[in-house]
Write a protein of this length. Structure first.
Length: 148
């Protein structure tokens, strides 16, 4: 089963949107495999967004990610990486469809509430970076009611 790394950014935490994010993934039928709240160090934020280090918004992005606690999660399910991106919406919230998290809850690209891995390989990398301790392996009681 595929896994993705989902993170509620500092604005999402401060604005009380943690439950909204969990609700969308949980009600769809995805399984929560790991979750924790933490402050992010500058070094860790820089590592997470290493691909964007040459972008003009990089310094501001790192400051934003370190401005308060984030909630880190791993979600599992069929095609969860791509479907998770749809649940989240486009990078620029003004281009996000209503019904997506960004389309419902934010306006600015630099305050876009949530992160989600963009590919299976980046998801594996990000899960390793944020959960070196591993995730929670358990039996999913609803498996046969969600999957045929
Ligand atoms: N970002 C920004 N300005 C931009 C593009 C991106 O501040 O012009 C921020 C935004 O918070 C975004 C993050 O950098 O979520 C990572 O960018 P990416 O292109 O990976 O978008 P995402 O995968 O988050 O949709
Ligand atoms: Mg990205």
């Amino acid at each position: 089963m595929e896994r993705t790394y989902i993170m509620i950014k500092p604005d999402g935490v401060q604005r009380g949107l943690i439950h909204k994010v969990i609700e969308r993934f949980e009600q769809r039928g995805f399984y929560l495999k790991a979750m924790k709240m933490q402050m992010v160090t500058k070094e860790h934020a820089e590592k997470h967004y290493a691909d964007l280090s040459s972008k003009p918004f990089f310094a501001g992005l790192v400051t934003y990610m370190c401005s308060g606690p984030v909630v880190c999660m791993v979600w599992e399910g069929k095609d969860v990486v791509k479907t998770g991106r749809k649940i989240i919406g486009a990078t620029n919230p003004l281009a996000s469809e209503p019904g997506s998290l960004r389309g419902d809850f934010c306006i600015e690209v630099g305050r876009n509430v949530i992160h989600g891995s963009d590919a299976v390989e980046s998801a594996q990398h990000e899960i390793g970076l944020w959960f070196p301790e591993g995730v929670c392996e358990y039996e999913h009681a609803l498996q046969k009611w969600i999957y045929e």
